[in-house]
Write a protein that binds this ligand. Structure first.
Ligand SMILES: [Cu+2]
Length: 136
């Protein structure tokens, strides 16, 4: 989202420098300032919304098997399958079920979690690969 805003600003600047009025440049500068202020706001929102955390399936298990996350913050969980067969990242508590092909990286969006433990496993290899996300 940030990148798009920057692109829009740059596009605007290019248009102005090809042409015309100093007033427009003044207006653009004002707009740019506003944009930067807006961006600062957006940045903190994006950060709050986009907490990232990562799980890698490798050699038959998840790494890390225990994952600590912040409660009350939506997040994106990246799941990487470094194995040579498909896995299914699954969690009843999180109500998520996603197949990850070998070599594939997926993003699982998670809502704000209440403090607690959330079990997950590879539904294709039950007994072996599992873990717990702890929100605190
Ligand atoms: Cu399943």
């Amino acid at each position: 989202m940030q990148l798009r805003i920057i692109l829009i600003i740059i596009r605007g600047m290019t248009r102005i420098s090809n042409g015309i009025h100093k007033i427009a440049i003044g207006a653009l500068t004002a707009g740019l300032m506003g944009g930067l202020i807006g961006m600062t706001g957006l940045t903190s929102v994006a950060r709050a919304d986009d907490a990232q955390t990562q799980l890698t399936f490798t050699k038959g298990h998840f790494e890390p098997a225990k994952l600590d996350v912040a409660a009350g913050t939506p997040m994106k969980l990246t799941v990487i399958n470094e194995g040579d067969s498909a896995i299914e990242f699954e969690s009843f508590e999180l109500n998520r079920e996603r197949v990850v092909q070998p070599g594939q990286t997926i993003t699982v969006k998670l809502p704000k979690l209440d403090p607690g433990q959330y079990h997950f496993f590879d539904d294709f290899h039950h007994e072996v690969a599992q873990g717990t996300i702890t929100a605190r």
